[in-house]
Design a protein around this ligand. Structure first.
Ligand SMILES: NC(=O)c1ccc[n+]([C@@H]2O[C@H](COP(=O)([O-])OP(=O)(O)OC[C@H]3O[C@@H](n4cnc5c(N)ncnc54)[C@H](O)[C@@H]3O)[C@@H](O)[C@H]2O)c1
Length: 241
């Protein structure tokens, strides 16, 4: 039981990868507070919008109130904004940065003093392979994921001395509503599209949420006790193209 007596806050907990992260942490013995715009399952759950600054600022303290502590923070919520820069509206830019960058910034800023006072903790952010190797025609999404990757590297250095480890997981394609709804919007059958994508991955398939959740759980656990500021790519051998 790697997470015996640990408390964890997971954002985007109702989504594809988020659900799997909650399940992995609970299986390891953690008490988990899930947060999402929509209701999901965890030991406790809070619904709220991460574009609400006050909601983000207060969430770590709410986690302490609900669970008696905050050992682990998983900044997993995110949105994908598609299209080249000429297709991006002001709202696309503001919303993407608010959810993918500003919310983790606010949550880290509020969680770090709580963790420091308790003698340490672990934060795992969700970047993307595209955050470290830009992919085509998604500049707003890619820059947001590069920003969270950079924030992870900075905080990994700055707060190691307090026993707080900050790392990021960088998935390539994962079989979740995020990727499937993208196909549906473009009128493409998601099952067929995923089958085609599977053929493009050296390991033979795109990731399932659990493939990512296992790496997140590793980074959150003492098995990763010497890792600070790492950007861990989880890509089945597929480079960004
Ligand atoms: N699916 C992929 O191929 C892939 C690849 C690389 C990185 N990622 C990243 O993984 C993370 C999880 O993505 P997923 O694939 O599980 O997507 P998903 O759409 O299934 O889940 C994302 C969750 O975030 C929540 N969320 C979005 N906006 C929110 C807001 N304003 N307030 C509160 N909650 C909000 C959604 O309600 C949803 O439950 C994201 O950060 C995503 O960018 C996904």
């Amino acid at each position: 039981m790697k997470f015996q007596d640990k408390t964890a806050l997971v954002t985007g907990a109702a989504g594809g990868i988020g659900k799997a992260i909650v399940a992995r942490l609970q299986a390891g013995g953690a008490t988990v507070l899930g947060a999402d715009r929509v209701q999901g399952e965890a030991d406790q759950f809070i619904t709220g919008d991460l574009t609400d600054k006050a909601f983000c600022d207060g969430l770590p303290a709410q986690a302490v109130e609900a669970m008696g502590g905050l050992d682990i923070l998983i900044n997993n919520a995110g949105i994908i904004t598609r299209g080249d820069i000429t297709a991006a509206t002001d709202d696309d830019y503001a919303r993407t940065m608010a959810i993918n960058v500003e919310a983790p910034f606010r949550l880290c800023r509020a969680a770090i003093p709580i963790m420091a006072a308790a003698g340490g903790g672990a934060i795992v952010n969700t970047s993307s392979c595209w955050g470290v190797h830009p992919g085509p025609n998604h500049p707003v999404y890619v820059m947001s994921k590069a920003a969270i990757a950079s924030l992870t590297q900075c905080l990994g250095m700055d707060h190691a001395h307090q026993g707080i480890r900050v790392n990021a997981v960088c998935p390539n394609e994962v079989n979740t509503p995020m990727i499937r709804t993208g196909f549906e919007i473009r009128g493409i059958d998601p099952d067929k599209a995923v089958a085609e994508l599977n053929a493009s991955v050296p390991l033979g398939r795109i990731a399932e949420p659990e493939d990512i959740a296992d790496v997140v759980a590793f980074l959150a656990s003492d098995d990763a006790r010497y890792m600070c500021g790492a950007l861990v790519e989880v890509n089945g051998g597929k480079p960004v193209s």
